[in-house]
Structure formats: C-alpha cells, structure tokens
Design a protein around this ligand. Structure first.
Ligand code: NG1
Ligand code: ZN
Length: 528
C-alpha cells in the first residue's frame, strides 16, 4: 500500500530514477516524497559510513519541516548533535547524484575515507545510526529506506521512531556524550522539565499570565509537547493546544504566521492573549498576539534572541561575572534591521551576520562563550563554552544567579534550535522579568519588512556575496536593486536562491508595510 501511494516500484534500492541534480542544501535533501526513497537509501548508507569513520553515533532525520505534507526530506546529524560537516555534504551530493553505474565507485571512495579516518581500525568501535521521523504519511516508508541503506554498508541502525527534529539532535549528542544528558525522549523531558520547574518556582509575577495558546502546525510537536507539559507544574504554565491533528502546516505553523503576519487558521485569540506557533517538526518557534486594534503582532526569532540576550546579560552581571566572558549574537541577512540595532547599540552586545542555514549560525556562535543565535523565522538557540560552564558550576553555589545560569544551560537545547525548549525559555524569562507579551514586544519596534519567493527557471543563476546581503550574479541585478532603493528614499533589499525550495527569495525593508511590499514586488520583477 505504501509503495503504491508513493508511486514507487523499486526505489529503496540503489537505482537513481531522477534526471535532475539534487544538492545537499541548508537542511539536507528536500523534494516531493515520491522522489526520495533512493535518496534516503543512499543517505542511510552515507550516514552508516560516517558513523563507522568516527566510531560514533550519527543521526538521520526524515522531515521537510514547514514544507507541505507531500514533500519530505532527509538530513544527517553529526556526533555532537550539530549539522553534517561540510566535506561530507559534498560526498552526500555526489553519492545521491551518482548514476546507477557510478554508485559502486562512490561507495568504494567513501569506504576508503572511512578506513583512512579510523586511526586504529581494530580498536575503533563500529558506530551506529539513530533515525527518527516526523508525522508525514511518507515518513515511515522513507525510514525503512534509510534502514536498508545503513544496513547495506553494515552499520547498526537504531530507530527512535516519531520525534521532533531537535529531539533527534539531542539524543545523538547524549549517546556520544553522556555528560550532556540521557539519550532518548524520556531523558529529554526529564532534563527540560526539571530545569523549567526549578527556574520558575516561587517567582511572583503579576504581569505574567501563565496561560498560553499554542498552534502545533498539526505536526509532531503536538503530541511531544503534551508529554513534556505533563511533567511541568501546572501552577507555572497552562497551555491551550490548537492545530494538533489536522493537515500538516496547512494555513498554520511558525512559517505561515511569520511570513503572513497573521493568525493561523483555527486560532482566534482574544486581545492580549499570548500565542505561539511551532513548525511541522518543532524546531522553529514564533510568538504573536492580538493588539488593541485587533491586529496580529508578531514576535519572531529576532525578538526571541533579544529577550534571551537581555536575560543572560543581566544574570551574568548579577552573578558578578561582568566582562569575563565573550557574549554575542549571530543573525542572518533576514534579521530585522531594528533587532540588530537594538542588540548591538542599545544592549551593547556584538552581532555577527552569517549566511542562511543553521550550520553557519552555529559555527559562529561556538566561537563565543555565550553565543545566542536565531534566524528571524524562529529557529535558534544558545551555546555555551566549556570555560563558561565550568565557571558557573564551580562558583559559589549560594549565588542564585549562578544557579539560574546553570539551570538555563539545561533548559535550552544547545545542539540545535528547538521550539519546545525555546518556548520554555521564553516563558521562564517573561515570568522572571514579570512581563506581559506587550512588555516584551515593546523592547523595540520592527522595521516594516516583506519576504517573497519567486519561481524561476534556474535558481542557481542567482549568486551572492558570502553574507548574502549583495547579489553578484546575474550581472547588473545588484545595481538595479540599489537604484530602486535610492528611488524609494529608504530601505534595504536582497535576494538569494533558496536551499530548500526551487525558488529565489526576496527580502525588503521599507518605510511602511505597504512600501516594503511594493519594493519586494519591484525586486521580484527584476529577478523574473
Ligand atoms: P532556504 O530555503 O535556504 O531559505 C529555509 C530558511 C532557513 C532554514 C532552512 C531550513 C528562511 C529565509 N530560510 O532555508 O533559515 O531554516 O529553511 O529549514 O527562513
Ligand atoms: Zn523545522
């Protein structure tokens, strides 16, 4: 039955039935699920080889995040729970695009790399692959393809079943580094709920309302967050769940709310009620509420980053650690200009700008002692250096601020952006600050912006500088965009090819929402 639904005959094998090249993008391989079985089989094999090379546990996640139900995707998670290292992304692209008669040679090359990587082959443990998937109809079938691929190269395959993407990252990290926590779902719930309950108890916060309305995007986050919430003191947080079991990501979820700046279907919030949305695999989170004019006010990844940065900075100061550690924020070109200005100029926290894609943010953040990284779309986390962790665990244990910082490092999922963990972080900070959602929203006002996608024949003709703020190809496009901005008298604009969809993305900021939209449409017209 599964096979028929996928219009598939024998794609779990090595045969490549696709005539167009696929590339390992910002989130692995993504396309229509029907095209994916052979891709996932090969990625399963690649992950098995990577696991054997390192003698460690490697993750394979099957999800297409916020994309439509009929899509799916696959990505590989490296041992510390981070994204696959770049040279193996290149191997993955080569492996997946290999013609049927080239596959054996690619595997042989990778086997060679694996042997070279093993310093002492006889003593090196075999390694294993953890695989998890989201709620898509095609996920179980693709999981089976990953299993076949992994076993094809002789590596142990462990199915973790249905999980959020961040839960898989977390489990891989724990399996390789038990000091981080206990691998698997239960260990994850224990760690997060214990930290949350401890950070929030006995804090009287009359301006904070413990009631939250949550849009689950009809995805895996619904059932998983119910489990987590079951371990949280109901005096501290109460959640009204919506969009739990309907059509995945359809007119709901974090991407929908962020791009349209409007309420998801099925959620009709009263004025001032704090609402949040997960995306389909629960690695993105945005907040929103209805303002006094009845409009939807969005608090996106940038505002979450600013909230977290403020909290950490004040706790570090209160703990007596001012100036001892490098604190910084990492954003992409999509960050709202006013968020960058607020963090950098008002909070005096340095801000770095890197290309789109979590791996770039993560790599920049781990250079700091406290690296706060968020994409505007709500994907982000905080990472801490060992130096900082040692300092807070070895310091005076009666210092409540040191204790808070310790608990905070347990509450946030350092391996990757995690909607469930980030939600508990936001709730904790609001209660600790005694803030309503309006108080949080008021820290700065977003610059009016617009994001569009343009369908083009070949998105790869658009090329940009490293930080993606300027377009280098096609020749002349950048100059034309600059002329539009000069004629507009203010604003900014950039374009880049998407790494997960067959489109070119346009982003603009203007003098008002309408102006940003007009500018975006004019830029889109140039791109078409
Ligand atoms: P692409 O399709 O490359 O823009 C999108 C997001 C990324 C990241 C990936 C992975 C935007 C503008 N882009 O990438 O930030 O989250 O998906 O899911 O939000
Ligand atoms: Zn996602």
């Amino acid at each position: 039955k599964e096979l028929t639904r996928l219009g598939n005959t024998d794609h779990t094998g090595l045969l490549n039935p696709i005539d167009r090249p696929l590339s390992y993008g910002t989130a692995g391989f993504r396309c229509l699920a029907t095209d994916l079985p052979f891709v996932v089989f090969r990625v399963g094999a690649l992950a098995g080889l990577r696991a054997r090379q390192l003698g460690q546990c490697i993750g394979v996640m099957i999800t297409a995040s916020h994309n439509p139900m009929l899509d799916n995707g696959v990505k590989v998670v490296d041992p510390m729970g981070e994204m696959l290292v770049e040279d193996w992304e290149v191997h993955a692209t080569e492996f997946v695009n290999a013609k049927d008669d080239e596959v054996a040679a690619v595997i042989e090359k990778l086997e060679h790399l694996v042997k070279e990587g093993q310093l002492n082959a006889s003593e090196t443990p075999q390694g294993k692959v953890f695989c998890a998937f989201d709620t898509r109809d095609s996920s179980q079938y693709l999981h089976d393809a990953a299993k076949k691929g992994c076993e094809f190269v002789g590596t142990e395959f462990v199915s973790l079943g249905l999980l959020t993407t961040p839960q898989l990252h977390y489990s891989v990290r724990c399996e390789n580094d038990p000091t981080f926590g206990m691998a698997g779902e239960l260990g994850y719930y224990e760690s997060l709920s214990n930290a949350f309950n401890a950070l929030n108890k006995n804090i009287d916060a009359p301006n904070y309302d413990k009631m939250l309305v949550l849009d689950c995007a009809n995805g895996v986050g619904a059932s998983k967050f119910r489990k987590l919430l079951g371990r949280i003191d109901s005096e501290l947080l109460e959640v009204e769940f919506t969009n739990e079991t309907g059509s995945l990501n359809y007119k709901c979820g974090a991407d929908f709310v962020k791009i349209l700046r409007s309420f998801p279907e099925g959620l009709d919030a009263a004025m001032g009620v704090r609402c949040a949305s997960f995306d389909g695999d629960a690695d993105r989170l945005v907040y929103f509420y209805r303002d006094t004019n009845g409009f939807c006010r969005l608090l996106d990844g940038d505002k979450i980053a600013a909230l977290i940065a403020g909290f950490i900075q004040s706790e570090v100061d209160a703990a007596g650690l001012t100036g001892q550690f490098k604190i910084g924020a990492v954003q992409t070109a999509y960050a709202n200009g006013n968020s960058t200005a607020y963090i950098r100029d008002v909070m005096k926290i340095p801000v770095d700008c890197v290309p789109t894609g979590v791996k770039h943010l993560h790599h920049a953040a781990i250079k700091l002692d406290i690296g706060i990284y968020f994409e505007a779309n709500g994907h982000g986390t905080v990472v801490f250096s060992q130096l900082f962790k040692d300092a807070i665990s070895q310091g005076d244990q009666d210092n409540v601020h040191l204790k808070k910082l310790q608990l905070f490092t347990k509450l946030i999922n350092e391996t990757v952006g995690d909607a469930m963990s980030d939600l508990l972080v936001v709730e904790t900070i609001l209660r600790n600050n005694n803030w309503s959602v309006e108080d949080w929203d008021a820290i700065y006002e977003d610059a009016p912006s617009c994001q569009l996608k343009v369908e083009v024949k070949d998105r790869t003709v658009v090329k940009t500088t490293w930080d993606e703020t300027e377009c280098t190809h096609p020749a002349g496009l950048q100059k034309e965009m600059e002329e539009l901005i000069i004629a507009n008298g203010a604003g900014r604009a950039f374009v880049r090819p998407s790494g997960t969809e067959d489109v070119v993305r346009v982003y603009t900021e203007g003098t008002c929402e309408e102006n940003a939209k007009v500018l975006a449409n004019a830029v889109a017209h140039l791109v078409q």
